[in-house]
Design a binder for this molecule. Structure first.
Ligand code: SF4
Length: 284
Protein backbone atom coordinates (compact mmCIF):
# COMPACT_ATOMS: atom_id res chain seq x y z
CA UNK A 1 0.00 0.00 0.00
CA UNK A 2 1.41 3.37 -1.03
CA UNK A 3 1.36 6.06 1.69
CA UNK A 4 1.39 9.69 0.61
CA UNK A 5 2.05 12.24 3.36
CA UNK A 6 0.94 15.80 2.53
CA UNK A 7 3.95 18.12 2.31
CA UNK A 8 2.37 20.73 4.60
CA UNK A 9 0.74 18.33 7.06
CA UNK A 10 0.84 19.39 10.69
CA UNK A 11 2.18 22.44 12.49
CA UNK A 12 1.98 25.71 10.62
CA UNK A 13 4.93 28.02 11.26
CA UNK A 14 2.81 30.19 13.59
CA UNK A 15 2.04 27.30 15.94
CA UNK A 16 5.55 25.83 15.63
CA UNK A 17 7.10 29.18 16.65
CA UNK A 18 4.68 29.69 19.55
CA UNK A 19 5.30 26.17 20.92
CA UNK A 20 9.04 26.76 20.56
CA UNK A 21 8.77 30.09 22.39
CA UNK A 22 6.79 28.42 25.19
CA UNK A 23 9.36 25.65 25.62
CA UNK A 24 12.37 27.98 25.49
CA UNK A 25 10.74 30.42 27.93
CA UNK A 26 9.83 27.62 30.34
CA UNK A 27 13.48 26.49 30.25
CA UNK A 28 14.67 30.05 30.85
CA UNK A 29 12.18 31.14 33.54
CA UNK A 30 11.22 27.77 35.07
CA UNK A 31 7.52 28.58 34.76
CA UNK A 32 5.51 30.38 32.07
CA UNK A 33 1.79 31.12 32.18
CA UNK A 34 -0.69 31.04 29.31
CA UNK A 35 -4.32 32.09 29.19
CA UNK A 36 -5.81 28.90 27.73
CA UNK A 37 -4.19 26.13 25.72
CA UNK A 38 -1.55 27.08 23.16
CA UNK A 39 -3.11 24.86 20.50
CA UNK A 40 -6.14 22.64 20.32
CA UNK A 41 -4.17 19.46 20.84
CA UNK A 42 -4.16 17.47 24.07
CA UNK A 43 -0.74 15.83 23.44
CA UNK A 44 1.02 19.19 22.95
CA UNK A 45 -0.72 20.72 25.95
CA UNK A 46 0.43 17.78 28.10
CA UNK A 47 4.04 18.03 26.84
CA UNK A 48 4.11 21.75 27.57
CA UNK A 49 2.64 21.26 31.05
CA UNK A 50 5.42 18.78 31.82
CA UNK A 51 7.98 21.41 30.71
CA UNK A 52 6.67 24.11 33.08
CA UNK A 53 4.03 25.87 30.97
CA UNK A 54 1.00 26.50 33.17
CA UNK A 55 -2.47 27.30 31.84
CA UNK A 56 -4.43 29.85 33.86
CA UNK A 57 -7.92 31.28 33.42
CA UNK A 58 -7.30 34.88 34.45
CA UNK A 59 -4.45 37.40 34.54
CA UNK A 60 -4.50 37.56 38.34
CA UNK A 61 -3.27 33.96 38.43
CA UNK A 62 -0.21 34.79 36.30
CA UNK A 63 1.64 37.21 38.54
CA UNK A 64 4.67 35.23 39.58
CA UNK A 65 6.10 34.37 36.12
CA UNK A 66 6.00 35.64 32.51
CA UNK A 67 2.75 35.40 30.57
CA UNK A 68 2.83 34.04 27.03
CA UNK A 69 0.26 35.23 24.51
CA UNK A 70 -0.69 32.49 22.08
CA UNK A 71 -0.32 32.22 18.30
CA UNK A 72 -3.93 33.00 17.48
CA UNK A 73 -3.88 36.40 19.16
CA UNK A 74 -5.16 38.05 22.31
CA UNK A 75 -7.95 40.52 22.98
CA UNK A 76 -7.00 44.19 23.25
CA UNK A 77 -8.38 44.57 26.79
CA UNK A 78 -6.34 41.58 27.98
CA UNK A 79 -3.18 43.12 26.50
CA UNK A 80 -3.99 46.41 28.21
CA UNK A 81 -4.69 44.84 31.61
CA UNK A 82 -1.51 42.75 31.43
CA UNK A 83 0.51 45.90 30.70
CA UNK A 84 -1.21 47.84 33.49
CA UNK A 85 -0.45 45.06 35.94
CA UNK A 86 3.21 45.19 34.92
CA UNK A 87 3.30 41.54 33.82
CA UNK A 88 6.18 40.29 31.71
CA UNK A 89 4.56 39.51 28.35
CA UNK A 90 6.00 37.04 25.86
CA UNK A 91 4.20 37.61 22.58
CA UNK A 92 3.67 34.40 20.59
CA UNK A 93 1.08 35.98 18.26
CA UNK A 94 1.50 34.67 14.71
CA UNK A 95 2.54 37.54 12.41
CA UNK A 96 -0.28 36.58 10.04
CA UNK A 97 -2.82 37.05 12.85
CA UNK A 98 -1.25 40.42 13.75
CA UNK A 99 -1.66 41.34 10.08
CA UNK A 100 -5.41 40.59 10.27
CA UNK A 101 -5.57 42.85 13.35
CA UNK A 102 -4.02 45.73 11.42
CA UNK A 103 -6.22 45.06 8.37
CA UNK A 104 -9.45 45.34 10.39
CA UNK A 105 -8.25 48.51 12.12
CA UNK A 106 -7.58 49.99 8.69
CA UNK A 107 -11.04 48.95 7.43
CA UNK A 108 -12.65 50.55 10.48
CA UNK A 109 -10.59 53.72 9.94
CA UNK A 110 -12.10 53.89 6.42
CA UNK A 111 -15.51 54.09 8.09
CA UNK A 112 -16.45 50.49 7.31
CA UNK A 113 -18.37 48.11 9.55
CA UNK A 114 -16.06 45.13 9.98
CA UNK A 115 -17.48 41.69 9.17
CA UNK A 116 -15.39 38.68 10.22
CA UNK A 117 -16.12 35.36 8.56
CA UNK A 118 -15.26 32.89 11.30
CA UNK A 119 -16.33 30.61 14.13
CA UNK A 120 -18.22 32.30 16.96
CA UNK A 121 -16.24 32.27 20.19
CA UNK A 122 -13.00 31.02 18.62
CA UNK A 123 -10.05 32.74 20.34
CA UNK A 124 -8.62 34.08 17.09
CA UNK A 125 -11.99 35.54 16.05
CA UNK A 126 -12.52 37.10 19.50
CA UNK A 127 -9.05 38.67 19.25
CA UNK A 128 -9.73 40.09 15.76
CA UNK A 129 -13.14 41.41 16.84
CA UNK A 130 -11.60 43.21 19.83
CA UNK A 131 -9.56 45.45 17.51
CA UNK A 132 -12.53 47.50 16.25
CA UNK A 133 -15.82 48.89 17.55
CA UNK A 134 -19.02 47.00 16.77
CA UNK A 135 -17.78 44.19 14.48
CA UNK A 136 -20.04 41.42 13.16
CA UNK A 137 -19.03 37.75 13.19
CA UNK A 138 -20.65 35.57 10.54
CA UNK A 139 -19.98 31.85 10.32
CA UNK A 140 -22.13 30.85 7.34
CA UNK A 141 -24.07 32.22 4.35
CA UNK A 142 -27.29 31.49 6.27
CA UNK A 143 -26.16 33.84 9.04
CA UNK A 144 -25.14 36.45 6.47
CA UNK A 145 -28.71 36.35 5.07
CA UNK A 146 -29.95 37.59 8.46
CA UNK A 147 -27.76 40.72 8.43
CA UNK A 148 -29.40 44.06 7.64
CA UNK A 149 -28.51 46.03 4.51
CA UNK A 150 -25.35 48.12 5.07
CA UNK A 151 -23.61 50.99 3.31
CA UNK A 152 -19.92 50.41 3.89
CA UNK A 153 -18.39 47.12 5.01
CA UNK A 154 -14.93 45.63 5.31
CA UNK A 155 -14.77 41.84 5.29
CA UNK A 156 -11.94 39.61 6.53
CA UNK A 157 -11.88 35.97 7.54
CA UNK A 158 -10.45 33.87 10.33
CA UNK A 159 -7.07 32.60 9.10
CA UNK A 160 -8.20 28.95 8.94
CA UNK A 161 -11.54 29.38 7.18
CA UNK A 162 -12.47 27.35 4.12
CA UNK A 163 -12.35 29.53 1.03
CA UNK A 164 -15.66 28.07 -0.23
CA UNK A 165 -17.45 29.23 2.93
CA UNK A 166 -15.94 32.71 2.72
CA UNK A 167 -17.01 33.03 -0.92
CA UNK A 168 -20.53 31.83 -0.07
CA UNK A 169 -20.77 34.50 2.66
CA UNK A 170 -19.42 37.16 0.30
CA UNK A 171 -22.01 36.24 -2.35
CA UNK A 172 -24.74 37.06 0.18
CA UNK A 173 -23.03 40.24 1.40
CA UNK A 174 -22.55 41.63 -2.11
CA UNK A 175 -26.36 41.76 -2.38
CA UNK A 176 -26.70 43.58 0.94
CA UNK A 177 -23.78 46.01 1.04
CA UNK A 178 -23.42 49.04 -1.22
CA UNK A 179 -19.66 49.51 -0.77
CA UNK A 180 -17.86 46.32 0.22
CA UNK A 181 -14.11 45.78 0.54
CA UNK A 182 -12.88 42.23 1.07
CA UNK A 183 -9.39 41.31 2.23
CA UNK A 184 -8.61 37.62 1.93
CA UNK A 185 -6.97 36.82 5.25
CA UNK A 186 -7.00 33.02 5.01
CA UNK A 187 -3.33 32.36 5.78
CA UNK A 188 -1.07 30.68 3.25
CA UNK A 189 -0.30 27.57 5.37
CA UNK A 190 -4.07 26.97 5.61
CA UNK A 191 -4.51 27.48 1.87
CA UNK A 192 -1.71 25.04 1.06
CA UNK A 193 -3.08 22.47 3.49
CA UNK A 194 -6.60 22.78 2.05
CA UNK A 195 -5.34 22.53 -1.56
CA UNK A 196 -3.32 19.44 -0.70
CA UNK A 197 -6.20 17.66 1.00
CA UNK A 198 -8.27 18.03 -2.17
CA UNK A 199 -5.55 16.30 -4.20
CA UNK A 200 -5.01 13.62 -1.56
CA UNK A 201 -8.73 12.83 -1.40
CA UNK A 202 -9.01 12.58 -5.19
CA UNK A 203 -5.88 10.54 -5.75
CA UNK A 204 -5.95 8.02 -2.91
CA UNK A 205 -8.25 5.15 -1.98
CA UNK A 206 -8.25 6.11 1.70
CA UNK A 207 -7.50 9.42 3.45
CA UNK A 208 -6.42 9.78 7.07
CA UNK A 209 -6.45 13.18 8.76
CA UNK A 210 -4.51 13.38 12.01
CA UNK A 211 -5.51 15.83 14.69
CA UNK A 212 -7.51 16.56 17.80
CA UNK A 213 -11.31 16.56 17.53
CA UNK A 214 -11.21 19.91 19.34
CA UNK A 215 -9.20 21.48 16.50
CA UNK A 216 -11.41 23.47 14.10
CA UNK A 217 -8.91 23.43 11.24
CA UNK A 218 -8.41 19.64 11.51
CA UNK A 219 -12.17 19.14 11.39
CA UNK A 220 -12.33 21.38 8.29
CA UNK A 221 -9.70 19.26 6.53
CA UNK A 222 -11.72 16.16 7.43
CA UNK A 223 -14.92 17.61 6.04
CA UNK A 224 -13.20 18.61 2.76
CA UNK A 225 -11.76 15.10 2.42
CA UNK A 226 -15.06 13.39 3.26
CA UNK A 227 -16.92 15.50 0.70
CA UNK A 228 -14.59 14.14 -2.00
CA UNK A 229 -13.75 10.66 -0.73
CA UNK A 230 -16.11 8.70 1.55
CA UNK A 231 -13.17 6.61 2.80
CA UNK A 232 -11.76 9.59 4.75
CA UNK A 233 -11.25 9.28 8.48
CA UNK A 234 -9.96 11.54 11.25
CA UNK A 235 -7.84 10.10 14.04
CA UNK A 236 -6.34 11.81 17.08
CA UNK A 237 -3.60 9.19 17.49
CA UNK A 238 -2.17 6.05 15.88
CA UNK A 239 -4.20 3.73 18.12
CA UNK A 240 -7.44 5.12 16.64
CA UNK A 241 -6.73 3.60 13.21
CA UNK A 242 -9.03 0.70 12.32
CA UNK A 243 -7.41 -1.97 10.11
CA UNK A 244 -10.68 -2.58 8.20
CA UNK A 245 -10.56 0.99 6.81
CA UNK A 246 -7.69 -0.13 4.58
CA UNK A 247 -9.20 -3.34 3.19
CA UNK A 248 -8.42 -3.55 -0.54
CA UNK A 249 -6.81 -0.08 -0.57
CA UNK A 250 -3.74 0.45 -2.73
CA UNK A 251 -3.00 3.99 -1.60
CA UNK A 252 -3.49 6.12 1.52
CA UNK A 253 -3.16 9.88 1.75
CA UNK A 254 -2.25 11.35 5.15
CA UNK A 255 -2.64 14.95 6.25
CA UNK A 256 -2.89 16.70 9.62
CA UNK A 257 -4.25 19.87 11.15
CA UNK A 258 -2.05 22.87 11.96
CA UNK A 259 -1.95 21.92 15.65
CA UNK A 260 -0.83 18.30 15.23
CA UNK A 261 2.77 17.60 16.32
CA UNK A 262 5.16 15.71 14.01
CA UNK A 263 5.54 12.79 16.46
CA UNK A 264 1.82 12.03 16.28
CA UNK A 265 1.80 12.20 12.45
CA UNK A 266 4.82 9.90 12.15
CA UNK A 267 3.31 7.41 14.61
CA UNK A 268 0.14 7.30 12.47
CA UNK A 269 2.16 6.76 9.28
CA UNK A 270 4.12 3.96 10.97
CA UNK A 271 0.95 2.23 12.15
CA UNK A 272 -0.60 2.47 8.65
CA UNK A 273 2.58 0.88 7.32
CA UNK A 274 2.37 -1.98 9.79
CA UNK A 275 -1.38 -2.47 9.11
CA UNK A 276 -0.66 -2.58 5.36
CA UNK A 277 1.86 -5.36 5.91
CA UNK A 278 -0.86 -7.54 7.44
CA UNK A 279 -3.44 -6.74 4.70
CA UNK A 280 -4.10 -9.29 1.92
CA UNK A 281 -2.84 -8.01 -1.46
CA UNK A 282 -5.70 -6.38 -3.46
CA UNK A 283 -7.04 -8.62 -6.25
CA UNK A 284 -6.36 -7.62 -9.88
S1 SF4 B 1 -2.99 28.85 11.07
FE1 SF4 B 1 -2.03 30.52 9.89
S2 SF4 B 1 -2.50 32.38 11.02
FE2 SF4 B 1 -2.92 30.68 12.39
S3 SF4 B 1 -1.04 30.43 13.55
FE3 SF4 B 1 -0.88 29.09 11.77
S4 SF4 B 1 0.18 30.31 10.19
FE4 SF4 B 1 -0.54 31.70 11.76
Amino acid sequence: MRIELAKHAGYCFGVRDAVQLALESARKYGTVYMLGDIVHNEVVVQQLAESGVRVVKKLEDAKSAPLLFRAHGTQVDVWNSARQQGLTILDGTCPLVSKIHSEVRELAAEGRRVVIVGDHGHDEVVGIASQVPDPVVVSSPEEAEKLPRMRRCGVVSQSTQMLANVIAVLNVLYRKVVDLRFINTICFPTRLNQEEIVELARENDVVIIVGSFSSANTKRLTSIAQSLNPRSYQVAKAEDLQPEWFTGAESVGVSAGASTPDDTIFAVVERIRSISETQPVAAG
